[in-house]
Design a protein around this ligand. Structure first.
Ligand code: AMP
Length: 230
């Protein structure tokens, strides 16, 4: 328990700067556990560099290692990027959230629009971190009050997206958040809903960008941020 608790604290600190080496305290603690080597004839301990797990060495690679590829889901030919192993790992979840949040610090973001469903998971947590409102963009028939609706074509489906009318204030600064940027159709539809309310799409933010599908080009010239690119 103690070890896990300590690791979590350190991770959230290192997650502020994903590219940094992990703080020395963790390395030191690991070194005390198993960082020393024996010379094999009993007793003499040869000092070695403290060992850290590969995940601790590069926080973003740790996150990448927790994205599970599921072939042919939900339809034949789609390689689905499953984020549930990442969500199950508190350290990785922190790293991803901090990595996105720090890109918008000081930018006065008024609202995060999260796209159903996996965009809610990251969007809600980001809104709390950035002290912004959270506004859901949902699949048809889910929102109870008066809605705007737009059509959406994704990498593997055709559907619609809805947002409550008057859920954004005019001129408010909005970041649209989703787990995956594939063709960009979903994000563009969310942006259309935002613009109908005369709000301003400052940026799109994704955990995963499938760059070979060209979604980023469809979203330009608006700023696009992604944590992990494939
Ligand atoms: P698109 O509109 O093509 O950019 O697709 C993005 C939306 O579809 C997001 O809400 C994703 O959750 C989902 N999506 C599309 N392709 C994938 C994929 N290969 N793996 C996981 N989710 C995907």
């Amino acid at each position: 328990m103690t070890k896990r608790k300590g690791a979590t604290t350190i991770v959230s600190r290192s997650a502020q700067r994903p590219k940094r080496e992990p703080p020395a305290r963790r390395s030191h603690a690991r070194g005390q556990d198993n960082g020393g080597g024996s010379n094999g004839d009993g007793g003499h301990v040869v000092p070695t560099r403290p060992q850290v797990s590969p995940g601790a060495r590069d926080p973003l690679e740790h996150c990448r290692s927790l994205i599970r590829d599921v072939p042919d889901f939900p339809t034949q030919g789609i390689l689905f990027k499953d984020i549930t192993p990442l969500l199950a790992d508190p350290r990785a979840f922190h790293i991803v959230l901090d990595s996105i949040a720090e890109r918008y610090i000081g930018e006065h973001i008024d609202a995060i629009v999260g796209v159903e469903a996996r965009g809610f998971i990251f969007g809600g947590a980001l809104a709390a971190r950035l002290n912004a409102s959270f506004v859901p963009a949902r699949k048809p028939g889910k929102l109870p009050a008066e809605v705007d609706r737009v059509g959406v074509k994704t990498e593997y489906s055709v559907t619609e997206l809805e947002m409550h009318k008057r859920s954004l204030t005019e001129e408010s600064r909005v970041v649209i958040v989703d787990d995956v940027l594939a063709t960009g159709g979903t994000a563009r539809a969310a942006a259309e809903l935002v613009r109908r309310q005369n709000a301003h799409v400052v940026s799109y933010a994704f955990v995963i960008e499938l760059s070979f599908l060209g979604g980023r080009e469809r979203l330009l010239p608006v700023r696009v941020e992604s944590v992990l690119t494939y």
